[in-house]
Design a protein around this ligand. Structure first.
Ligand code: PLP
Length: 366
């Protein structure tokens, strides 16, 4: 079986974790601080604040945006529900702006049109590892006085013109087990704003600066040193693994060129570093079989695939009936949800695997 995801924990993690276990250093400590420093350097920012997962990273970033009841957050409807859940948990009202069909990311003009007098934050998602149009979105945020929060859960070390994701706004990363870089469960918020970083550090630790000195009402959103140890080892192989993902994506696009009804992913211009958390094709109405039948036929041949995501984020009863979710037609996001299929692109594929994927898709659709 060629799985859509494979997890290989680097050997360095074994020694780092063992050392934590032997020292009895299980909770947040020096390893978390080291991961924060190294991750901030990776993103080209001054500060990184580690938390328990990516959803909490988004929530924490939106908590320090100081939302008032009724304040709106504009985000993409084509995302994992965590983006919406975190905004609702932070007290926001969520409004969506449709996606650009080529990149699957929020369209900058649609985002501008979605901004109202109540908008307080803009939350682009760098879906599948492709950076959203950050120069345009940062200009919009500047112009309208919005807090910019990047959902970088799928985009570790992605970049535009050498500038890394997570360095335009508050960058929110997930280190979930299947992400390009993992701590098992974990998350990080990046920023070059020392004041915001300080507030986030206090908030994640029960609102406490010195022992039992509570400054604000906080929470326990901390990461453990055991998790950070895994993250450090994974961070040290991130570049090499990301380059493998990018090579595999190019190899797949070569093998899948010119098939009717199949659209290979647009990696962006030469200045864009797409980190291919997913390699996502569209199976359109012109294809010989629809997306779901193609996925089933590939599975029969031992080739895994995934649908990220089968519905737009609001298309569930719990969001449709939620007073904090504003729902308007999002035709591009809805079309994408019916057409997307992610094929294996992980760093551990062989050339033979890439050939097999290419040949299977071509023969099924020709
Ligand atoms: C786009 C997006 N946002 C947020 C999250 C939430 O991250 P986590 O699962 O670490 O809470 C994820 C990943 O699961 C994601 O893919």
């Amino acid at each position: 079986m060629i799985a859509v995801t494979e997890i290989h924990v680097p050997e360095e993690a074994e020694a780092l974790v063992l050392e934590c276990l032997r020292r009895g250093a299980l909770a947040q400590g020096p390893r978390v601080a080291q991961l924060e420093d190294e991750f901030a350097a990776l993103c080209g920012v001054d500060h990184a604040v580690a938390v328990g997962n990516g959803t909490l990273a988004l929530e924490l970033a939106l908590v320090v945006a100081d939302l008032e009841p009724g304040d709106e957050v504009v985000t993409s409807p084509f995302t994992f529900v965590a983006t919406v859940n975190a905004a609702l948990a932070a007290g926001a009202t969520v409004r969506f702006a449709d996606i650009d069909p080529a990149s699957f990311n929020i369209d900058a003009a649609a985002a501008a049109a979605a901004v109202t007098d109540r908008t307080r934050a803009l939350v682009p998602v760098h879906l599948y590892g492709r950076p959203a149009p950050m120069d345009e979105l940062a200009a919009l945020a500047d112009d309208r006085g919005l807090v910019l929060v990047e959902d970088s859960a799928q985009a570790h070390a992605a970049a535009i013109g050498g500038r890394r994701t997570g360095s335009w706004g508050l960058g929110c990363f997930s280190f979930y087990a299947t992400k390009n870089m993992t701590t098992g469960e974990g998350g990080m918020v990046t920023t070059s704003d020392a004041g915001l970083a300080d507030r986030m550090r206090v908030l994640r630790n029960q609102g406490m600066r010195a022992r039992y000195q509570y400054e604000v009402v906080g929470h326990n959103w901390r990461m453990t040193d055991v998790a950070a140890s895994i993250g450090l080892a994974d961070l040290h192989v991130l570049d090499e693994r990301t380059e493998a993902r990018r090579r595999h994506a190019a190899a797949l696009s070569e093998r899948l060129a010119g098939i009717d009804g199949l659209v290979t992913p647009d990696p962006g211009g030469s200045d864009v570093r797409h980190v291919f958390h997913q390699y996502t094709v569209r199976v359109t109405g012109d294809a010989r079989m629809d997306r779901d039948r193609l996925a089933a036929a590939l599975a029969e041949q031992g080739i895994g695939s995934g649908i990220y995501y089968p519905k737009v984020a609001y298309d569930y009863d719990c969001y449709r009936s939620h007073p904090g979710v504003i729902i308007e037609p999002m035709p591009e996001a809805e079309r994408a949800a019916s057409e997307v299929l992610s094929l294996p692109v992980h760093p551990f594929l062989s050339d033979a695997d890439l050939d097999r994927i290419g040949e299977a898709v071509r023969s099924l659709l020709s």
